[in-house]
Design a protein around this ligand. Structure first.
Ligand code: AMP
Ligand code: MG
Length: 354
């Protein structure tokens, strides 16, 4: 596509005001700017400008029934966007904002229907990244932003990922290196009587339960036959071009199964990617040199680190032209719930018991 995409490298801690100002001018004029957050890179537009918001959907190839999150630079901005900010919402904002928690609240009429895909609720979050906060503040409007990837592909955790997906489709990229969490925010619906997790993410269910007492997880997330309540969760997502297969079992047994699968797939001439825990690699050191791409994701005792690496490593498997990626399951505790949600979707729910 025809747009010239400006690429700015910007300091993550002390974003250069001149660059932020120029990026904010693009937003104010209805353009698209990709920017880092603590979760993944976002693709931002003026959230009060329906035409600008429509351009996000076009650039990503995103289905128009999948609503966007509005990003704010201070907590009070929520009052201008939601009709009701109840005690639970206030408490969560106090404890987790800025941070990877998105709140779904009843919307005010001023929020364009392009943002909410026609729903009567709006999703809002205050990110914890100096570049994101500076850009929103300088723009003076809430910034509507989904992840800055082509729809369906793994979310970007570096500026280069954004550029690979969206160069020629957006006005600018602000690159300040790798994002922290590496998975998207938790989406929590507070518009009904009981809080519901619509998408697991950077703030865990355990953390939310400790504050709220009762929190339900949307059934549609774990059961592919049920329709999820967050419109976006029903789509194929987070998947590289390579087929992803999840291996489930004790690590030692996983190693035996993977050895078997590698032999079978290699015999068929398939190029293989292996994204495995350190514990599993311990049994397979010889395989590292025999496959198209091999990566140690670190210990299964450190799920945060695995979450941080996942999207980058799925993209690396594609870069190495792998046909198939074998990777493993994790306990659905803490950040493990978000990690497994993304892995199951990337794998199209394909799980092999070891
Ligand atoms: P992304 O922009 O890729 O991080 O996706 C945002 C997620 O939040 C998607 O799964 C959306 O469907 C979900 N979402 C956004 N707004 C709402 C809303 N008003 N109600 C329910 N889910 C929402
Ligand atoms: Mg996304």
């Amino acid at each position: 596509m025809g747009i010239k995409t400006t690429y700015w490298t910007v300091s993550a801690d002390q974003p250069e005001p001149e660059i932020i100002q120029r990026a904010a001018e693009i937003i104010i004029n209805g353009g698209l700017v990709a920017f880092p957050t603590e979760t993944v890179y976002g693709l931002g537009a003026d959230g009060t400008n329906p035409q600008a918001v429509r351009r996000i959907f076009a650039a990503k190839g995103r289905p128009s029934d999948n609503p966007l999150i509005l990003h704010v630079a201070c907590k009070d901005e929520v009052l201008g966007l939601a009709t009701e900010v109840n005690a639970q919402a206030r408490q969560l904002m106090q404890l987790f904002w800025p941070g990877p928690l998105t709140l779904v609240l009843p919307k005010k009429p001023c929020v364009p229907e392009e943002v909410t895909a026609g729903l009567d609720t709006v999703a809002i979050r205050m990110p914890r990244h100096p570049v994101a906060l500076a850009l929103i503040a300088a723009s003076g409007v809430p910034i509507a932003a989904p992840s800055a990837n082509l729809s369906g592909y793994p979310s970007p955790t570096t500026g280069r990922h954004v550029y690979e997906d969206l160069a020629g489709r957006i006005e600018a990229v602000l690159d300040s290196g790798e994002t922290g969490v590496g998975l998207e925010s938790t989406v929590l619906d507070l518009s009904g009587p009981i809080p519901v997790i619509l998408r697991p993410g950077g703030v865990t269910r355990e953390e939310l339960t400790a504050v709220l007492g009762t929190v339900i997880v949307d059934q549609g997330l774990s059961d592919p036959r049920q329709k999820p309540k967050a419109p976006g969760m029903k789509y194929v997502h987070y998947s590289p071009r390579a087929e992803v297969v999840l291996i489930h079992g004790p690590r030692e047994q996983n190693a035996l199964k993977i050895r078997e699968l590698v032999t079978a797939y290699a015999d068929k001439g398939k190029k293989i990617g292996l994204l495995l825990t350190r514990e599993t690699w311990r049994h397979l050191p010889d395989l590292k040199g025999q496959v198209a791409y091999a990566q140690d994701l670190g210990s299964c005792a450190r799920l945060e680190e695995i979450a941080h690496l996942l999207y980058r490593e799925l993209r690396n498997c594609d870069e190495a032209r792998a046909d198939v990626v074998f990777t493993e399951t994790y306990p659905e505790e803490g950040i493990g719930a978000a990690l497994m949600n993304r892995l199951l979707k990337a794998a199209g729910y394909k799980v092999i018991d070891s």
